[in-house]
Design a protein around this ligand. Sequence first.
Ligand code: SAM
Length: 242
Amino acid sequence: MAQLQRIAIAPSQFQQDQILLSPQQLHYLGRVLRLREGDHFIAMDGMGKWWLVQLAGEQAQVLELLSVETELPVTITLMVALPKGNGFDEVVRCCTEIGVTCIAPVISDRTLLNPSPQKLERWRRIAAEAAEQSERAFVPTILEPVAFMSINGQESMVNGQKYICEARGNFPHLKDCLPTKEQMTNDQELIIATGPEGGWTEQEIENAIASGFQPVSLGRRILRAVTAPIVALTLVTAACEV
Ligand code: SAM
């Protein structure tokens, strides 16, 4: 099973036991992966389901529902202040591989990047590719960029444990603040925020604390804005995976 190629499909492409493939997917399967009529591959709906399917003309015939065990036992939302240049591409790719559930690109007071609308599409494509590559059952959700200040206090963000990573100050290490394996429940939700190159402003930290975020350290070194979310997520996987 490991060597079968995987592609992400939208739930709307399903029609009973058939998957209607888009011209781009047909091109990818035929020209890039060199699959031929009758070849098998895996279709992932990005919502936790995988199917073994067979290429049949412009469709894929569903053969069997597969069971997957590659997801982390917790829901992790990363709120990442957009780094300069194409740094966010790397954040999306690596964090998808490690197991993030949702990435919220945020614009903070010191964010230097103003992303174009095409960026979101690009990040979602990168997430889908990385999910396929890392054999994830889910393609993480990449939200539209929003102002960090506007997120704080929103209803959808108030559940779960929330941490804001701060490079300076005498804060406890994230690894010492995470729930233990025994404490983690199946619907456990963790939200972790990391700042931009210039760091969070004092006001942002204060507002986040007022909204229930716990300030945490990721160690004694100053990590790049791209490295910090990857390290934070890695600590979570170490804490929750058996
Ligand atoms: N310019 C800031 C300074 O000198 O304090 C550093 C910002 S750092 C490059 C970017 C972001 O990564 C920070 O806002 C923080 O969220 C996170 N970060 C980097 N190193 C960290 C550490 N050791 N502990 C916690 N967070 C860290």
